[in-house]
Design a protein around this ligand. Structure first.
Ligand SMILES: Nc1nc2c(c(=O)[nH]1)N[C@H]1C(S)=C(S)[C@@H](COP(=O)(O)OP(=O)(O)OC[C@H]3O[C@@H](n4cnc5c(=O)[nH]c(N)nc54)[C@H](O)[C@@H]3O)O[C@H]1N2
Ligand SMILES: Nc1nc2c(c(=O)[nH]1)N[C@H]1C(S)=C(S)[C@@H](COP(=O)(O)OP(=O)(O)OC[C@H]3O[C@@H](n4cnc5c(=O)[nH]c(N)nc54)[C@H](O)[C@@H]3O)O[C@H]1N2
Ligand SMILES: [Mo]
Length: 758
């Protein structure tokens, strides 16, 4: 019997060390296991662990109304019993419902939680709250929120998930000779898969493509986004200017007559308007390679060369998700679709366009995807919702209105917030502003396993068991693995699983029977697994699965039918139309144009963001900050794990700058620096990166927000600096990658300041 533990960063085997203590080992069937999780068990007795239900002192003493306001996040907590906690929460839910209605409860509760279908934190919370009359929810993700709203208009709702456009790695390795990656391939990202995996293969596939002769071009401000290898070319460019480069390439193809007229006519709509824009019919500006070069810093000659190549050989344009996590983030995705359509290889094996290769493990994996049941949430009678990244707007502006995808959403008046399985004080932008907004509702409840910055902002904190303290069935909806994740140890006394905690609250609310249906955890796991078996009868029965520890569809084989999404469509667009308004790829969309938003047009365009290296604000804040995913942890999770701690300097996060900028600022390797702008200040230690473009600073996400009494964050969280401004009025998506900052030495380290005027 293999004793396995499933996480978002892969599957681990449970063994023992020389002292007989439990430890995690790489899963023997995983060719490229992640080291990230090896120290996970160490967190079980970490001092930041929450060990009992806790209530903020004045909330307990004075009640929610008198306690609302400035002291949330700045006050002590009092330990209470589970019975007391369940009573307080049930009472508070009843009070808010009766006085303000269920839409006054916000439980969008965005976040990655843990792998495991049954103990999925959001599903547990939403099932409970649906039984209690519902809540205001959120839609879309931080990962590809702009794409999720744009792509249904351009490619149809089947492609709402950005990753679903990608050809399979197998097809790419066989059919594609040139892979052009805007945003490159940050290989540490491929360690992760939502729901877990048994087999990390993305990096191996990328290498296999190179071995088969696929040339790779990477456009990125950082050379570290380019994989190594002789056939790789790195082209640096200013952040947020990719759409301009792509437009310059489209113009090149147009002016040289290298575009595929037949494809554009048969398979796309709206090209004529786009062409008028390219040649500058209305504004007199040709979007040619010279124009794109002035914006992006990429030599015009390079833009022309690569455009010609994209046409001349079977090619694939891949865009990293990070590019749409920016102001006007829809544009690089839309422009890539236009570019690939002009180049004329869409629908050919392994060619065309794709989004997010190596963003997570699954994109492009040639495997059958396991579509199985989740823990049922029930249905939510409340209709009000926000696009997920509008949380600050929601709390700041009750009764306000926001545009979203052709609709106008009214923001309800939120009195109670409940978060479980997510960490908005990690993931959301402009954390100082979020902290103010979080002081407005009457009650904040957080279910967490550690004292995250979000838990500290709560009134009631429920301690949650770690995933290695419970049994579960884990599966990712884009992978082919099911893992029986077996408890490694018991949770501390005083800590319950989310399900056990909500059973107590359901009891108080009088809906216990509907909540747990009288089933044990084992019953639930069997029920979930049997749901998979109904769809995939070849899976072993539950007992056999439990004993073996895992099951995989077509283990070790390629998927029976290679995914080539656009082949049938391209062959005969009338017989196999896309589910867009026109049935075609919409290079121009009359729906998007019809919304009339100021920050998105009816076809791909380049619109300068407010914060980028060409903006007036760059005279004051001369560095463009990028905040990619952390290589040694999953967002804020595992922050106290050994891998994340080892990557720091004396507990401080590291950020990177180019050699030129370090010299200008008279800073040395390891100097502590203050990164700041009008929104906040954070401290991080300098790493000089010879491959980074001057003018760009990189600070990964996930450092825990730890503001001192002056409001200076010592956790190195980039979201102290980023803005809540959305990608556009269309998507209202998050846009942290459009952020200008200044940098100066933090007292204690030598060095001058650089104000941008050399
Ligand atoms: N600046 C900037 N910000 C970003 C991004 C960026 O690129 N730049 N990227 C964004 C993206 S793409 C994402 S997806 C988000 C990620 O943001 P989040 O998903 O919010 O980050 P996590 O740290 O994974 O938060 C999950 C939390 O759930 C808790 N948890 C785990 N298991 C359980 C459980 O069983 N029960 C309960 N109750 N809690 C549990 C963990 O302890 C953790 O605190 O960040 C976004 N933020
Ligand atoms: N180890 C680890 N892996 C993860 C995660 C994690 O927390 N840890 N999180 C997972 C999640 S939730 C997600 S959504 C994915 C995200 O996957 P991505 O969105 O692809 O990842 P990022 O790391 O945000 O950005 C990738 C690269 O984009 C480049 N970049 C940023 N802005 C620009 C730009 O304007 N132009 C160009 N050309 N390049 C730019 C940066 O240099 C960066 O290295 O990662 C997943 N993988
Ligand atoms: Mo994400």
């Amino acid at each position: 019997m293999t004793h396995l533990f499933a996480t978002h960063f892969g599957t681990y085997e449970v063994g023992t060390d020389a002292n007989g203590k439990r430890k995690l080992l790489p899963f023997r069937h995983d060719p490229d296991p992640s080291e990230m999780g090896l120290g996970y068990l160490d967190l079980a007795d970490h001092p930041e662990r929450i060990r009992a239900p806790m209530v903020r002192k004045s909330w307990l003493e004075k009640g929610p109304l008198a306690a609302t306001g400035v002291s949330r996040g700045r006050e002590d907590f009092v330990e209470i019993s589970w019975d007391k906690a369940a009573g307080l929460i049930a009472g508070e839910l009843r009070r808010v419902r009766e006085l303000h209605g269920n839409q006054a409860i916000f439980a969008g509760s965005y976040g990655w939680a843990s792998a495991g279908r049954f103990h999925h934190a959001q599903s547990q919370l939403k099932r409970l709250l649906n039984l209690a009359g519902g809540f205001t929810s959120s839609v879309n993700s931080y990962s590809y929120g702009a794409a999720a709203v744009l792509l249904p208009h351009i490619l149809g709702p089947d492609y709402k998930d950005a990753c679903d456009t990608s050809p399979s790695w197998n097809d790419i390795s066989e059919g594609c000779q040139l892979l052009v990656g805007f945003g490159g391939f940050r290989l540490s990202n491929a360690q992760v898969e939502s729901g877990g995996t048994g087999s990390h293969r993305a990096v191996e596939w990328l290498r296999r493509c190179q071995d088969k002769g696929t040339r790779i071009v990477v456009f990125s401000p950082a050379s570290s986004d380019a994989p190594s290898g002789p056939s790789v070319r790195h082209v640096p460019l200013r952040p947020n200017t990719d759409a301009a480069v792509m437009l310059g390439m489209c113009h090149t193809l147009l002016s040289q007559g290298l575009f595929d007229c037949d494809f554009l006519r048969r398979c796309t709509t709206g090209y004529c308007d786009f062409e008028s824009y390219l040649v500058g019919e209305a504004d007199g500006i040709a979007k040619d390679a010279e124009w794109a070069s002035a914006i992006s810093g990429v030599p015009a000659k390079t833009i022309v060369e690569i455009a010609e190549d994209l046409h001349d050989v079977p090619s694939l344009v891949n865009v990293a998700w990070s590019l749409q996590r920016a102001r006007r983030g829809e544009q690089p995705f839309w422009a890539a679709i236009a570019l690939a359509s002009m180049a004329g290889h869409v629908g050919k094996r392994g060619c065309g366009f794709s989004f997010g290769l190596t963003a997570v493990n699954s994109v492009g994996q040639p495997v059958r995807r396991l579509k199985g049941p989740a823990f049922e949430q029930g249905s939510n009678p409340v209709r009000s919702f926000i696009p997920v990244a509008r949380i600050t707007d929601l709390l700041e502006n009750p009764g306000g209105r926001i545009d979203y995808d052709g609709q106008v959403l009214e923001l309800p008046d939120i009195r109670l917030v409940w978060w479980a399985g997510g960490n908005p004080f990690h993931h959301h932008q402009d954390l100082n502003r979020l902290a103010e907004a979080f002081r407005r509702p009457e009650t904040v409840i957080v279910t967490e396993n550690m004292w995250t910055a979000t838990a500290k902002m709560a009134d009631i904190v429920l301690p949650s068991a770690f995933p290695f303290e419970r049994d579960d069935v884990a599966a990712a909806s884009r992978e082919n693995w099911l893992v029986y994740s077996r408890r490694v140890m018991d949770p501390p006394a005083g800590v319950l699983t989310d399900h056990e905690a909500y059973c107590l609250i359901a009891e108080e609310l009088g809906c216990r029977q509907q909540f747990d249906e009288g089933l044990t955890t084992d019953d639930w796991l069997a029920r979930i697994y049997e749901g998979y078996r109904e769809r995939y009868p070849e899976l072993p029965d539950f007992q056999a699965f439990r004993v073996r520890g895992y099951a995989a569809l077509d283990e070790g084989e390629l998927a029976p039918s290679p995914a080539n999404h656009f082949r049938d469509f391209v062959r005969d667009p009338n017989a196999a139309p896309l589910k867009t308004a026109s049935g075609r790829i919409e290079i121009g969309s009359s729906a998007v144009r019809g919304f009339g938003y100021s920050d998105i047009a009816g076809h791909p365009v380049w619109l300068a963001p407010e914060e980028w290296l060409g903006a007036p604000l760059s005279a004051k804040h001369p560095f463009h900050l990028l905040s990619p995913q952390p290589a040694h942890r999953l967002h804020g999770q595992l922050e106290y794990g050994p891998a994340s701690q080892a990557a720091k300097l004396d507990g401080y996060e590291r950020f990177t700058l180019s050699e030129i900028d370090a010299r200008r600022l008279t800073l040395k390797q390891d100097d502590l620096c203050e990164l700041y702008n009008d929104r906040g200040r954070t401290i991080a230690a300098l790493t000089i990166d010879g491959g980074l473009m001057p003018g760009v600073a990189v600070l990964a996400t996930g450092g825990w927000f730890r503001p001192d009494a002056q409001g200076v964050d010592h956790g190195g969280n980039p979201n102290t600096l980023t803005a809540i401004t959305p990608a556009s009025h269309l998507s209202q998506a998050t846009a942290p990658n459009s952020c200008l900052i200044s940098i100066r030495p933090w007292p204690g380290s030598a060095g001058g300041t650089y104000d941008g005027n050399e």
